[in-house]
Design a protein around this ligand. Structure first.
Ligand code: ADP
Length: 212
């Protein structure tokens, strides 16, 4: 795996991959950043990744996966992504600062585009307005949320409160205070203070999480 750009996003990504046992080559054109990461990852090198020769010398074409974590410098992000595509890297992830940037990255060869600031902004919007403790948008109209058990579900089995038929959502997991998460079944009885993991269409899980 090659990670290009050691800003906040690329740096955290490279460290997490290394913690999970992946072999990671990190590249950045700023020597002090490369120096800083040299002990934390498998290989680190200073390179301008818009230079095809530099990529070849570092054996980048031999990697199957790459993440372009250059954000603000659009030209460098686009050029690097298109070079990786030309070099035949089979799985290219690229970070975009906005949707337009993301569309260009897809055009020049990115297989997956992530919009971390945009996605996190949307996610926090859901958290600050309601009772949700976490919110993950799985697809445009489908989400998984973590929320406190609403009163209508408390002290009766889930099939009794008819969560699915009334609210269109499925409770998939439950956590009692001081315990870990377990799978929820139709016989699970939530109590006050329990936390639920709920999946369903976005507006339905939002409505469910807003119940008191
Ligand atoms: P973040 O918002 O995650 O902090 P940045 O866009 O600030 O991300 O950081 C991107 C990183 O990419 C910087 O460390 C920068 O030095 C590096 N970078 C930018 N252009 C190139 C390039 N042409 N070659 C290699 N690294 C680059």
């Amino acid at each position: 795996m090659v990670v290009i750009g050691l800003g906040r996003f690329g740096g955290s990504l490279a460290q997490e991959l290394t913690r999970h046992g992946s072999e990671v080559l990190v590249l950045d054109n700023r020597p002090h950043l490369v120096q800083q990461f040299s002990d934390a990852v498998t290989h680190a090198a200073v390179a301008d990744t818009t230079d095809p020769e530099a990529l070849r010398q570092l054996d980048v074409p031999g990697f199957r996966r790459a993440v372009v974590a250059i954000g603000d410098d659009l030209e460098a992000s686009i050029l690097t992504t298109s070079l990786l595509s030309d070099l035949g890297i089979s799985c290219i992830w690229a970070k975009a600062t906005n949707r337009q940037h993301g569309r260009i990255l897809e055009r020049v060869g990115a297989h997956y585009v992530v919009l971390p600031e945009h996605d996190m902004g949307e996610r926090v919007a859901h958290l600050v307005t309601g009772r949700m403790l976490d919110y993950i948008q799985v697809e445009d109209d489908y989400a998984i949320v973590k929320t406190r058990a609403p009163n209508i579900t408390v002290d009766q089995p889930l099939n009794g409160s008819r969560v699915r038929s009334k609210y269109g959502v499925t409770v998939v997991g439950i956590k009692r205070p001081g315990e870990g998460f377990t799978h929820a079944t139709q016989d699970t009885v939530p109590h006050h203070g329990d936390i639920l993991i709920v999946s369903g269409r976005s507006h339905e899980v939002e409505r469910f999480a807003d119940l008191t």
